[in-house]
Ligand binder design. Structure first.
Ligand code: SF4
Ligand code: SF4
Length: 388
């Protein structure tokens, strides 16, 4: 690869590019990580093929090596194969992150020919009933057929399943399903409470006991299945006493590009107030990564308030997640309240306690599906609230 330019000494180059090609998706997952107002980001605002190719070239020149094609559902873009081929030529390791809807044998052939390296296929559960309920689609059988086709085409496969109160009791069956499908990796992704998952937190948050039981099941499988499938399971933040080093640091290794070209240091960052995220339509990636106010806002330690500023653990977790701090305290510069040194930690404890009560309740709040009508309603009410 030629043309990789040297970064300034204090900021490392991005390593991982996430290309969110579109917010369009045939599924309606209740935990979707897309913004609540995604429906406002219309198709005609999406970057076109040439603009995406330019993004790929710039990112590779900056030093990015891993590339995820994501969405929404990236397969709704009929230029996906062109972008994969370009990425391959540039030397990226490419991963397709998909619901499987639209991944026909013909498209698998074309993606293989274009040089796609890896596929991550999502399931919502090991049962048809829950898979189809949570996505508000009849996709379970199709996903199973797609998993078989992915393996027949010789792709390494990650099976991804987002975990929450409803499917944590099914973890053993989910692992069995991944093994039966021949998935090399299983990502048991405990729900992160941003976007639609935050809106549905009262319905989705599990009990501490559910998490502990599922973790024990995972450990048992890890001890017995050897190298057959590598299982990722990370305890959800709300059940910890220290936050995670979110995105390995703001503007440290991750660069996300939203469908309309907004550049994001984390795919949930769009919901943070007071930040204008630069667009690849008006700035180069180099300017965005090294010089933009948004990417520099939470780099290093100077932005920190107490208790993080004087904390002897700050280099380990960098104060946790900025989106989680904002959603729980209203200030993205606060310590992530998952940390028990945060004066707001009691609120996380309360949310977990209330989840245990809600899990035993006969009547639950209605769940909010990710769809255009709900997105438009939420965008309108948010606009009204901010005008007041
Ligand atoms: S989480 Fe579900 S609705 Fe959201 S982009 Fe993924 S498949 Fe689509
Ligand atoms: S106070 Fe801040 S830096 Fe210290 S452990 Fe908690 S979140 Fe991390």
């Amino acid at each position: 690869m030629s043309g990789i330019s040297m970064p300034p000494a204090t900021v490392s180059p991005p390593l991982w590019l996430l290309a969110e090609l579109t917010y369009r998706c045939p599924l309606h997952c209740v935990f979707c990580y897309n913004p609540l107002d995604y429906a406002e980001h219309r198709r005609e605002l999406e970057l076109d093929t040439d603009e995406w190719i330019d993004v790929l070239k710039q990112a590779r020149a900056l030093g990015a090596a891993q590339l995820g094609f994501s969405g929404g559902e990236p397969l709704v873009r009929d230029d996906l194969e062109t972008l994969v081929g370009e990425a391959r030529t540039l030397g990226f390791y490419t991963n397709l992150i998909t619901s499987g809807v639209g991944l026909s044998d013909e498209r698998l052939d074309r993606l293989k020919a274009a040089g796609l390296d890896h596929i991550q296929l999502s399931f919502q559960d090991s049962t048809q009933a829950l898979n189809d309920f949570l996505s508000s689609t009849r996709t379970f059988e199709l996903k199973k057929r797609t998993a078989a086709s992915i393996k027949q085409h010789g792709f390494p496969m990650v099976m991804n399943c987002v975990l929450h109160r409803y499917n944590l009791p099914h973890v053993a069956k989910i692992i069995d399903m991944a093994l039966a499908m021949g998935a090399e990796y299983l990502e048991l992704a405990n729900t992160q409470y941003y976007g639609w998952a935050h809106a549905n937190r009262a319905q989705l948050l599990p009990t501490r006991e559910q998490v502990a039981v599922a973790q024990a099941v995972v450990e048992r499988y890890r001890d017995t299945i050897g190298d057959a499938c590598k299982i990722f399971f990370v305890v959800p933040d709300y059940f910890e006493r220290r936050p995670k080093r979110c995105m390995n640091g703001w503007g440290a290794v991750f660069l996300g590009i939203a469908p309309d070209g907004a550049a994001l240091p984390c795919h949930a960052a769009r919901g943070l107030p007071g930040l204008t995220f630069p667009s690849v339509k008006t700035s180069t990636l180099r300017e965005i990564w090294y010089d933009s106010a948004a990417f520099n806002r939470f780099r290093g330690f100077d932005w920190m308030k107490e208790p993080c500023r004087s904390c002897d653990e700050k280099a380990r977790d960098l104060g946790g997640c900025r989106c989680q701090a904002y959603l729980l305290t209203g200030d993205p510069a606060d310590a992530d309240p998952v940390c028990d040194k945060s004066p707001r930690h009691g609120e996380v404890v309360d949310v977990v306690r209330l989840a245990a009560v809600a899990a035993g309740a006969v009547h639950e709040q209605p769940i909010l599906f990710r769809n255009d009508a709900n997105s438009q309603t939420l965008a309108t009410s948010h606009a009204k609230a901010t005008q007041k």
